[in-house]
Design a protein around this ligand. Structure first.
Ligand SMILES: Cc1cc2nc3c(=O)[nH]c(=O)nc-3n(C[C@H](O)[C@H](O)[C@H](O)COP(=O)(O)OP(=O)(O)OC[C@H]3O[C@@H](n4cnc5c(N)ncnc54)[C@H](O)[C@@H]3O)c2cc1C
Length: 362
């Protein structure tokens, strides 16, 4: 009989999980361990063409070694898999796609793809999940849709009239696309640093600009601080702070050497964009052929708009992965959980709360 994995959606399920990235898979694994049947009690829907969550779309040259650390999904060891021992010479997108595929198969998680969720609205005691393959009624929804689809580009006067190339992080394919160009990289995170290092010797020149001064640090408390700040913002319904603002950039020998030779030295932000370059605050002009916006992401919550979750401050109130306004809605991988380790933790806390919610009214 055709099932979820063959693209045939059930008309209803206790739980619908939107997204099969690290967060969605982690929730699915924990629900299965708590006794729920994948494809029947819960269904995982993902609009991507393949396994890997957002990792399947990352640029070819990105390796696991360049990433912060990709934590293993829960239970991965039972399948003899670990990112720590994966082949670091392969593109990260291929490794993660491959490992997630074996994980989904190994635990029979029955992910339905490609299925795009277009809307989630209240219906009866639960929700109607509208998709491009039909609707599914759910008692509980776990949203784990990540951020990749919502790159954030700050507004600057003149950006629309810039005559050169402009891409955000998801549009970056390889340094060769910028061969011989004068490239401006905007943003203070790991992606910006990665782009600058790749562009060195390929682009004619690079300039780096960031909103805040850049700090290279080994401070082990940075991650803890960043997660705490994101958690406070999520609980209060404020817009989420940049994680890198809390952590700083890793003071690896490669980064420090690149700083010392002048590659990773950031200027304060420009004041305006002009057709052929940017104008610095001191009035001087910088001619550039391309601008790479590595300026972060926002949570992809478009399909949740019918639920009107936004607070007046612009954020969404979430406590321990659970929406405050809609207690039957969970947001896994959101705010303080937006890392592979945070997504793993989300799996455990969200799955337990989901089960308690199902039991409370059965
Ligand atoms: C360049 C880059 C490098 C990073 N490196 C690291 C790192 O080294 N270590 C680390 O811990 N974190 C890293 N991160 C953060 C990383 O993205 C997260 O840690 C984690 O992989 C995100 O998992 P997720 O499940 O929340 O989201 P995703 O991996 O984005 O998964 C979300 C899934 O939801 C699906 N989806 C979205 N909307 C819909 C919809 N409407 N209907 C159906 N499906 C939908 C998408 O197709 C996708 O498969 C990095 C992020 C970036 C941008």
């Amino acid at each position: 009989m055709a099932g979820v994995g063959d693209g045939v959606l059930p008309g209803s399920a206790d739980v619908v999980i939107v997204g099969a990235g690290q967060a969605g898979l982690s929730v699915a694994w924990h629900l299965r361990r708590l006794g729920l049947e994948p494809g029947a009690d819960f269904v995982v829907l993902d609009r991507g063409p393949d396994t890997g969550g957002a990792w399947q779309f990352r640029w070819e040259s990105l390796r696991l070694d360049d990433a912060h650390r990709v934590n293993d999904l829960p239970g991965m060891g039972e399948l003899g898999l670990s990112f720590d021992t994966a082949d670091a010479s392969r593109p990260a997108r291929d490794v993660v796609r491959d490992y997630y595929a074996r994980y989904e198969q190994g635990f029979g998680l029955n992910v339905a793809r490609p299925v795009g969720v277009t809307g989630v609205r209240e219906e009866g005691e639960g929700f109607l999940v509208e998709t491009d393959k039909g609707d599914v009624a759910a008692r509980v929804v776990v949203n784990a849709s990540g951020t990749w689809a919502r790159p954030f580009r700050p507004y600057f006067a003149g950006a629309a009239d810039f005559r050169g190339v402009q891409v955000s992080t998801p549009g970056y394919r390889s340094a060769e696309d910028f061969a011989g160009m004068r490239v401006l990289v905007v943003g203070g995170g790991t992606s910006a640093v990665g782009f600058l290092r790749e562009l060195e010797g390929v682009a004619a020149s690079t300039v780096w600009t960031t909103r805040r001064p850049v700090e290279f640090t080994d401070d082990p408390e940075g991650g803890v601080r960043a997660v705490r700040q994101a958690d406070e913002a999520a609980r209060a319904g404020r817009p989420l702070p940049s994680i890198i603002h809390g952590t700083g950039l890793p003071a690896t020998p490669e980064n420090l050497a690149a700083r010392d030779r002048g590659l990773l030295v950031a200027r304060p932000l420009f004041s305006a964009i002009e057709p052929d370059g940017v104008r610095w605050a001191d009035g001087s002009f910088e001619p550039v052929d391309a601008i790479i916006w590595a300026t972060g992401f926002r949570a992809e919550l478009t399909h949740l708009a019918p639920l009107r979750l936004r607070e007046p401050g612009g954020g969404v109130r979430v406590e321990d992965g659970r929406s405050v306004r809609e207690p039957r809605l969970f947001l896994a991988g959101f705010g303080p959980q937006a890392s592979t380790i945070g997504a793993n933790r989300a799996g455990r806390t969200v799955a337990r709360q989901v089960l308690a919610e199902l039991r409370s009214d059965s």
